[in-house]
Write a protein that binds this ligand. Sequence first.
Ligand code: DGJ
Length: 735
Amino acid sequence: MKKISQFIIASALIIAPGAMSADLINVSTPATSLVLDATKGEPLKILHYGSKLNSKDMEAFKSASTFNHMAYPVYGIQPQGESALSVTHNDGNRSTDLEVVDVVTEEMNGATITSVLMHDKVYPFEVKLNYKVRPDYDVIETWADITNNEKGNVTLNRFMSGYLPLRYGNVWLSSLYGSWANEAELNQEPLTHGLKMIKNKDGVRNSHTAHAEVMFSLDGEPRENSGRVIGAALCYPGNYKLFIDTDDSNYHHFFAGINEENSEYLLKKGETFSTPELALTYSEEGLSGASRNFHKWGRDNRLHAGDKERKVLLNSWEGVYFDINEPVMAGMMEDIASMGGELFVMDDGWFGRKYPRNSDNSSLGDWMVDTNKLPNGINGLLETAKKNGISFGIWIEPEMANTVSELYEKHPEYIIKAPKRPVIEGRGGTQVVLDLSNPKVQDLVFEVVDTLMTKYPEIDYIKWDANAPIMEHGSQYLTSDNQSHLYIDYHKGLIKTLDRIREAHPDVTIQACASGGGRANWGILPWFDEFWTSDNNDALQRIYMQWGTSYFFPAIAMASHISASPNHQTFRRIPTKFRADVAMSGRLGLEMQPKDMNEDDKAICMQAIEDYKKIRPIVQFGDLYRLQSPFDKKGVASLMYVTAEKDDAVFFWWKTETFMNQQLPRIPMAGLDPDKVYKVNEINRIDKEPLTFEGKEFTGKFLMSNGLEMPLTYNVDYNKNTDFSSRVLHLTEVK
Ligand code: DGJ
C-alpha cells in the first residue's frame, strides 16, 4: 500500500501551487470528476461533480461560480439547513465545526483512495472523508470515518455516508418503490420544493419497499439513452435514509446514509465509526448509461464472483412447496438435467427432527435433515445430482428461528426481543429473528453454513433466505445503554459472519433471497452471487420489476425463473414462450414441477435453455441498453444487451398489452457499432414461417436509426394464438 500525505498531493494533482489560494482536489475517473476545495483550516467544500475536468478546466474555479457547499455539512454552526453529521460531544455540546487538516492518497488493491482528514476546531473529534476510485470505472465511492478522541463517549445523532448538492433546475428523480411480490416499481418525478425522503426501517431486509439507490436526470424528464444523469447507490443492507431537501437556495441537497432513527450511536473514547459507502456515478448517456456504469463497477468489484457465468437451475419451491421427499427431488433432478439445466436447488422443507418443517410454522434453527422425507440424507441427493450430471443446491434461513424449534428451546436468549415484553412472532405465527449483535449467534450462523459445506463439500449453491423484519426493538445481548445500536450491530454482525463464511467457502454460489427481492443492495452483494428478484414470477409483472431492478443491478445477479401457468401469485395465464422470453433477460431458471408441463411447453423450455447458453455471456456480462420502458405504457417494452466489443447482441421485445389494431412504436436499437454489419436470428421461434429479416444482415446504423418492425402476433395455428407476444433476436457481427 502506497501512502502519500499532505497538501503537496492536493495541489500537485490539480493546479500549479500558487496558481490560486484554494487547494483543489480533482477526484477523477475515466469520464468524471469530483472537485473538492481542501484548503487547510477551512471546512472541506465541494465544487463540482460531473464530466471530467482537466487542469485548464480547473482554473475556471478561480472566477466561475459553481457550487461551494460543505462537502459534509455538519450540525451546529448555522444549524438551519440539513446536515450529514450531527454529534453530541462528551460535554453535551451539540455543535461541531470541522476544518481540513490533511489530505492523503493511498493505493489499495488497484484502487486509489483520497482521504481528507478534518477535525473539530475545539474538540479532539475527527472526520475522515474518503473517495475511492478504480481505473476503468466511472464510479466514486465515498464514506466517512468518524473518530472520537474526547474524554468519554460522544453520541452520533446523524452520520450520513455522503452529501451532494445538485444545482436547482429541471432535475428529475428516478427511484424504486414497491412491496412484497411487487418489488422495484419505478417512480419518476421532478424535484420540487420541500423534502423528499426514501427510507427503510425493516431492520433485516431493505429493498422490498423503497430502494437505497436513486438517479437524478439533470436535463429535465428522464431519458434512457441521452442526457446527464447522476446515480447514487448506498451500499448498506440495513435501515437507510436517502433524502433531498430543496430549500430556498439554488440547490437540491441530497443526503444518503444509515437511517439514524432510533439508532443513535454511542461512540466510545478512541473508537472510530465508519459509515457504509455511497457509490456515485455520472453519465451523459442517460439513465441506461448510469446503469451501465453501476453494472460494470458492481460486477467487477462488488458482486461475489461477478466474472463467473451463472448456471441454469430448477428451484423446487413453486413446484412442490414443503412437500419434499427423495423420489420427488430425484424426479425433478432428472427432469431438469434432461432439459439441459445445470443445477437443482432444494428449497424449504427438508429439515427438522423433533419438529419437522412441514409448513412455515416451525423448525427454523434445526438444520438437521428430516430423514423421514430424505432417508438417504443430503448425500443421497448429491449422488442423484451427480448421476444426472448436474449440481445441487440447498435452501437455508440461518438468521431466523421459530419459537417451535429445538434451537429456541435451548437458547431463547438468542432471539431479538424487547426487555420485559412478550415475544412477537412473525411468519407462520412462530418466526423470530436471531440477534446477530450477539457474537454467539454470529458463531451459530457461521456454523450452519460451515457444517453444511464441510459435511457436504459438493453443495454448489445455497439459497439464503430471510423472511422477517425486526419486529420489536430490543436486544437481549446489548447493554441497556447500547439498545439503540441494535439495527446497526445486527448488520455489523451479519457482515462479520458473511466474511467468515466467504473466507472458509469462497466457491459456493449463494443467493440473497429475502421473502423475494428484499435484499437487492450493493451492501450485501460482496458476499452473494445473486439475489432473488421477487416471489412474483408472473412474466408480465416481472417485465416491470426487472426493468426497475436493472437501474442499479446487472442481469447476472437478477434471478429470473420460468414458472407455471396459471401463475401462483397473479393467477394470470401466460404462454410458455413469453415466460421464457422474459426469464431469459436475467439469470435464467425454472420454478415449477416439470412433470406438470405438457410436451410442447417442455420443448419450448428446452429450446430456451439451449439458446440461453448461447446468449448467456451477452446477458450476464454485456452492456444493457434499455430502449422502451414498460412504465411509459406504450404497449411494448424492449431492451438489449451488447458485448463490450459490440460484436454480439441480444434484443428483447415484449408486448405489454393487446388491443385490436393497436399501434405500437417501432423500437430503434442502441449500443451497436454503426459501421458493423450484424446478422439477425430470432431465438425461441414458434412461428411457422420465419420473420422477414431472419438470417438477414443489417448495419448497426440501420438498426439504431430505423430498427426492425415486429409483427403484433405470431404466425401459428389459429388455436395457438394468445394475447401475448414477444421476440428475442440474436445479432452477430458479420466479419
Ligand atoms: C421465501 C422465498 O422468497 C421463496 O422463494 C421460498 O424460498 C420461501 N421463502 C420458502 O419458505
